[in-house]
Write a new protein. Structure first.
Length: 160
């Protein structure tokens, strides 16, 4: 298929072939990065999911990435100053050919995310399992930052 045939196919169907997306992403060794700031309110969490769903429409990792961003954004709003008046959180997606990284930046002054803490919670409790779920979905997880400047909590998904 030639470039003009590919373009006509995209314009007529609205879909881009996965091979074209991989080729486009592969042009940038550091990947393609998308970032959006959201108001620090619970009603913005579905919008963050929609942002990720849009960017990963063609990816088999889309559902897991949506779940991850929902959990990390909810934690930012519930446990840091992102959820206070005028607070914000930032969602960043970096897409490489083999790896997708979802990062949520919070405003700090709250809980410090800990993926390695095993909680002895009531099995019927509604809280306390979010970061464990993120770690289970992701191939790698991590956190950087401080209370004063905020945290960047991230999870990587392998596309291979």
């Amino acid at each position: 298929m030639t470039c003009s045939e590919n373009l006509c196919s995209v314009l007529s169907t609205g879909h881009v072939a996965p091979a074209l997306i991989e080729a486009m992403v592969g042009l940038r060794p550091s990947g393609m990065t998308y970032r959006r700031t959201f108001a620090g309110r619970p009603d913005q969490i579905p919008r963050a999911r929609c942002f990720i769903r849009f960017l990963l429409e063609d990816s088999p990792c889309r559902d897991d990435a949506e779940q991850i961003v929902a959990e990390l954004a909810a934690n930012a709003v519930a446990h840091t100053s992102s959820g206070q008046a005028h607070g914000t959180f930032i969602v960043e997606l970096t897409r490489k050919v083999a790896v997708i990284r979802v990062t949520v930046y919070d405003c700090g002054w709250g809980g410090i995310p800990r993926f390695n803490r095993c909680r002895e919670a009531d099995p019927l409790a509604e809280r306390g399992r979010g970061l464990a779920a993120v770690a289970a979905l992701a191939s790698k997880v991590g956190c950087r930052g401080t209370q004063a400047v905020g945290h960047a909590v991230w999870a990587e998904l392998s596309q291979t």
